[in-house]
Design a protein around this ligand. Structure first.
Ligand SMILES: [Zn+2]
Ligand SMILES: [Zn+2]
Length: 185
């Protein structure tokens, strides 16, 4: 994969995998391929296990209470996965940087891709740009790559849902409840 300078593809892949966890090695392979990863080796159960461990760690990064804790958790992921950077043309589609050794199994590839991509995303766009949807019952995680950095919902559907709810709550507040309730100072 050509990791773009802001890590956008990597954080989007992580969010996709964490929101709907792959159930088999085959599904993991298909979804990584669909995201643009070039798979150099057969994908095994070990890769799936490693992927789930990486996604567990990533979810903790998303739910970190503040920037320092978030940075600490990302640094821990980086320490467990990243090798020295190297230029490669392994897919024959252009020279790009890898932050891992050559010919790694998919689990290891995801570990370095997601940790380095997340570090680039947070450093490049802002430490707050990973979060869960603002709708209380929706736990979907997304990477905020918007221009303003103020995306609150995982989807247009959730944005609409919340708008309807706020509208109803507003009407309930402005309606006089009872003569007693309306009495003010
Ligand atoms: Zn590559
Ligand atoms: Zn949502």
């Amino acid at each position: 994969m050509h990791l773009n300078p802001y890590g956008e593809d990597a954080v989007n892949l992580a969010a996709d995998l964490v929101n709907r966890r792959p159930g088999s090695a085959g599904e993991l392979a298909d979804r990584c391929r669909a995201a643009g990863l070039v798979l150099e080796r057969p994908v095994t159960q070990q890769d799936l296990d490693r992927a789930h461990a990486v996604l567990d760690a990533w979810e903790e990064v998303v739910d970190a209470p503040d920037d320092h804790r978030r940075a600490e958790l990302v640094n821990r992921m980086l320490a467990q996965s990243a090798a020295h950077p190297r230029l490669t043309d392994h897919a024959g589609s252009g020279w790009h940087l890898h932050y891992r050794d050559d010919r790694q199994p998919l689990g290891a590839v995801l570990s370095s891709l997601i940790s380095v991509g997340t570090a680039l995303h947070l450093a490049g766009r802002g430490m707050h740009r990973l979060r869960r949807c603002a709708v209380t019952e929706c736990t979907t995680i997304f990477a905020d790559t918007s221009r303003t950095g103020r995306q609150r919902y995982c989807s247009q559907r959730c944005a609409n849902r919340d708008a309807v709810r706020r509208h109803r709550a507003g009407r309930a507040l402005s309606r006089p409840a009872s003569p007693a309730g309306a009495a003010g100072p």
